[in-house]
Write a protein that binds this ligand. Structure first.
Ligand SMILES: [Zn+2]
Length: 117
């Protein structure tokens, strides 16, 4: 992902509008690129700051950077969960195909034994 692409995803990321794949690529870039990470921090601070002004609650907790880190950790957990589910699907698919093959082999053996072939 280029910096330009990452920049375009900053606001959607903060607003939780990215799908897991986009999120994964975005966070990967943020990990490696200090400029974009800084960009994210600035936008996050502004966005969350405005939201806190609007809601008028939590005015005494200005730990926006901590909030951002927490958000990133939550995103990573979401990515891991999605990856785990994908692996489960693959495993289930593989098992299903394998049992179909075994069933077919057993069935052919029965046909062969009963002289159909
Ligand atoms: Zn970058």
């Amino acid at each position: 992902m280029t910096c330009k692409e990452a920049e375009n995803l900053v606001m959607p990321y903060i607003r939780h509008e990215l799908d897991v794949g986009q999120m994964e690529e975005f966070l990967e870039h943020i990990d490696q690129c200090d400029n974009c990470r800084e960009e994210l921090e600035i936008y996050y601070t502004v966005e969350v700051g405005i939201r806190q002004l609007d809601s008028d609650t939590d005015t005494d907790r200005y730990n926006i950077k901590g909030d951002m880190e927490a958000d990133i950790i939550a995103s990573r957990q979401e990515i891991y969960k999605a990856r785990f589910i994908t692996i489960l699907h693959y495993a289930a698919d593989t098992l299903m195909v394998m049992s179909l093959v075994v069933m077919l082999i057993l069935q052919m053996r029965i046909w062969w034994q009963t002289g159909i072939f």
